[in-house]
Structure formats: structure tokens, C-alpha cells
Design a binder for this molecule. Structure first.
Ligand SMILES: Cc1cc2nc3c(=O)[nH]c(=O)nc-3n(C[C@H](O)[C@H](O)[C@H](O)COP(=O)(O)O)c2cc1C
Length: 403
């Protein structure tokens, strides 16, 4: 099945600097290899003081480059050869020292010389003591590198190996990989703002119990991630999901349909596109019991339910409607008819229908969607949710480009 992963088949030069976080680069190399990338490692001399080149050569099955004057094959100049083959240069961890060198064009070792000789995108994930990160030259160098087009993965906050607490920890590997993938992706949505809603909502019955559904959030997260890879600024309003959100998009967590409506309607006017992939509850309890509903003395219990807000219809009717609105229709039967009715009645531009219920796609990694838009024949897309998301983001880019 189609693999939308941009890392697959790419050649990544992994630069490892003299940070105590260098050991994490071994796992990073493994993760890159696991996603189908070819990995060549360059270490700085300082990095070899903290971890041996053999660790990386064993993982990647390639010679690790450290010294530009030590060519493994005399017929070629190693740093030029590495620079030429790179689809991406990923420096993780990056030290304050190497960042300073790159920011000023110094090329006095294998890594900085290769970066200088390459036109591949460069992702830099710094790791250092919080004071080193906060040091004004380091901050200026980081800003300078970002302005020069380097993709910076901000370090995280927490306790450091040196015992200090603050910002400076190497970003989580998942985040570094997301930025690496984004650096390789085409950016048809650059400059666009995309709003996605995903996951189930929860409607309280009493302080302990709630009504919900089986949505996992995977489809909306896949769309949010693909839109982010395509260069958009993405906000994902997220219900009570069972999976981790992707790195990249801004995540806004909500619980109820009313909270989701407020969060979406607040952001929709500033968005170029809205994709409503959330499984929003259609009904909520008219009255939420203030104490636990007891079973003692009761044989049955009747809950009175009232309609929740129709978020999709409200977004479509809003005076500052996003240029493109995509709604999802979860159907258990007559998928195409249900979706066509939704397209006609809600005022959205595209409806994506899928089958839910027993044997359906909720919670699964794969999906089968039917895309309906006025003036076009329904289009079926089958595969992983990432694959379907990439297809929808392509459609989104096409429609937004047309204006
Ligand atoms: C044990 C140890 C850990 C270090 N950790 C870091 C670090 O996390 N980040 C950093 O910028 N420098 C760190 N340094 C300092 C760098 O190794 C030093 O600035 C060196 O010149 C960096 O060289 P490079 O940029 O060529 O790798 C550390 C030094 C030592 C001795």
C-alpha cells in the first residue's frame, strides 16, 4: 500500500555533536533506518569523546566520517560526496559551538564543511545546558540560522543530565523526526492556516459518567500532520482521544461538544480551511446530575437528551467562513446517500464519508473514504489514514490555489 512517509528512500546525513545527548542519536539513527531512510553519520571530534563511531557504524553499516582529511576511499573527497548524496542533513544533538560555526560560515571540521558544501535542507536539534541555551550569542545564532533557512527544533524543558533544570533538553525524537519529514516535504500549503477538529466528545450524565463514541482521533491527526508537513500553520481541536497527537500542529484539548464548538468557532474566521473530522456527540443530557446517579431503588433510568450545536453548519454559515470547509460523514449504511445529503444540507465544500460501526474504520489504522464534492464524481480512496489524509491535503491545496 502507498507509503506517504517522506523519509522512506531518502538519504539522511546525521550529524552528531559533542553533547551529552549524543547517545540519543543512536536511537534516532535506528528510527530513521526503521522508516526506510539511508543514514550516513558524521561525528564531531568532541562527539567521539562521548560515544564511539563504532556504535553508529554498527547501526548503519557505513563508515562514520569524523576527519575531512581521512578519506575512506581515496578516489573521492568524502565531504563533497556526502554533501552530494544528502536529501537532508539532520544535526542532532547540535552544540552551541557547532551552531555558532554554522551561523558564521566556519567550516573547520567534517560536519560544518559538509553542511557548507550541500544544498540539502538542514534540520538542527540543539541540546545543551539551559544557561548555554539562554546565552545571548547562542540565541542570536539560533535566530540567525532560522533566518538563513535552517529548520530549528526547539529544545524542551526539564531536568538536564548536568543537574540543572530549564530549557535545553534535546527535543523528543518523535518531534525531531517530524521536522525531518517536514523538511523533505513539498509545501503547497505554505502561508495557509488550517483548522482541524478530531476525536470524540464526552457529554456528562453525572460527575462520573459520560456519553461518548468509539472515535480514536487518528484520522483527524493524520490530516493535521499532513497539512503541517505541507507547510500550513495547523491547529487541531482535539476531543478525548486515545492516541498521542502528532508533533507539529498546535493541539487544543476540549471535552464536550459545546467546548469543541467554542474552540472551533473562535478559530474558524482566521482559518483558510476547516476540516471537521471529529465525532461530535449529537445529543447531551438535558440535566447533568450533581451527584452520582444511584441504582438503589431503581429498575430503569430514562435520560432526557437534547441536541448539541451543529459545528459544521455553524462554521459554514459564519460571516467569515473559511474558504474551504470539509465535513466528515460517519455512516453505518447507505454511505453515499448520507454523505450527499450532508453535502447539500450543511453548506460545506467537500464531504468525506466513511463506514463506522461493526467492521468499520473507527480506531483502525486503515480506512476507506468516499470523497464527494459538487460537480465531481464521488472518489473512493483506500489505504492507511496517512495515505487518505495526504490525498485530502492534496485536494485542499488544489482547491485553495484555485481560490
Ligand atoms: C561531558 C560533556 C558534555 C557536554 N554537553 C554539551 C551539550 O549538551 N551541549 C553543548 O552545546 N555542549 C556540550 N559540551 C561542550 C562541547 O562538547 C564543547 O563546546 C565542544 O567544543 C563542542 O564541539 P562540537 O561542536 O565540535 O561537537 C559538553 C562537554 C562535555 C565535556
Amino acid at each position: 500500500m502507498n507509503n506517504p512517509d517522506r523519509l522512506e528512500g531518502s538519504t539522511v546525513i546525521l550529524g552528531v555533536c559533542g553533547s551529552i545527548a549524543a547517545y540519543k542519536a543512536c536511537e534516532l539513527a535506528r528510527r530513521l533506518l526503521g522508516r526506510g531512510a539511508q543514514v550516513r553519520v558524521i561525528m564531531t571530534k568532541s562527539a567521539t569523546q562521548l560515544i564511539t563511531p563504532r556504535a553508529f557504524s554498527s547501526l548503519t553499516s557505513y563508515h562514520v566520517a569524523v576527519d575531512p582529511f581521512e578519506d575512506p576511499v581515496p578516489e573521492r573527497i568524502e565531504h563533497i560526496s556526502l554533501a552530494d548524496m544528502a536529501d537532508l542533513i539532520l544535526i542532532a544533538p547540535a552544540t552551541a559551538n557547532t551552531m555558532a560555526k554554522l551561523a558564521t560560515g566556519i567550516c573547520d571540521d567534517m560536519l560544518t564543511t559538509t553542511v557548507c558544501a550541500s544544498d540539502a535542507p538542514v534540520v538542527i536539534a540543539p541540546a545543551m545546558n539551559p544557561r548555554m541555551w539562554g546565552h545571548s550569542p547562542t540565541q542570536e545564532n539560533a535566530q540567525r540560522l532560522a533566518a538563513m533557512g535552517y529548520h530549528l527544533v526547539e529544545p524542551g524543558e526539564g531536568e538536564m543530565a548536568c543537574g540543572h533544570t530549564g530549557r535545553g533538553r534535546l527535543a523528543p525524537l518523535e518531534e525531531i523526526l517530524a521536522y525531518a519529514e517536514r523538511a523533505l516535504a513539498e509545501k503547497p500549503l505554505m502561508g495557509c492556516r488550517v483548522l482541524v477538529s478530531t476525536g470524540p466528545t464526552r457529554e456528562s450524565i453525572d460527575p462520573l459518567r459520560y456519553l461518548t463514541n468509539r472515535s480514536s482521533g487518528k484520522m483527524g491527526f493524520a490530516i493535521a500532520y499532513e497539512a503541517w508537513l505541507a507547510g500550513a500553520e495547523v491547529t487541531c481541536v482535539t476531543g478525548a482521544v486515545t492516541v498521542d497527537p502528532p508533533a507539529g500542529p498546535e493541539i487544543v484539548r476540549v471535552e464536550t461538544a459545546a467546548e469543541m464548538a467554542a474552540a472551533v468557532l473562535d478559530r474558524a474566521p482566521e482559518s483558510d480551511a476547516y476540516i471537521g473530522a471529529a465525532a461530535v456527540a449529537d445529543f447531551r443530557a438535558r440535566n447533568v446530575a450533581s451527584g452520582k446517579l444511584k441504582k438503589a431503588g431503581r429498575e430503569d433510568l430514562t435520560l432526557e437528551l437534547v441536541r448539541t450545536d451543529d459545528i459544521l453548519a455553524q462554521v459554514c454559515r459564519a460571516p467569515r467562513r473559511p474558504r474551504l470547509v470539509i465535513g466528515f460523514a460517519a455512516e453505518t449504511e447507505n454511505i453515499e446517500t448520507g454523505a450527499a445529503e450532508k453535502l447539500a444540507s450543511k453548506g460545506c465544500d467537500i464531504v468525506v464519508a466513511n463506514r463506522v460501526g461493526p467492521g468499520g474504520v473507527m480506531g483502525q489504522d486503515d480506512t476507506e473514504i468516499l470523497v464527494l464534492q459538487a460537480g465531481s464524481a464521488p472518489e473512493a480512496v483506500r489505504g492507511s489514514k496517512r495515505h487518505a489524509a495526504r490525498h485530502l491535503v492534496g485536494l485542499l491545496a488544489q482547491r485553495l490555489r484555485k481560490g
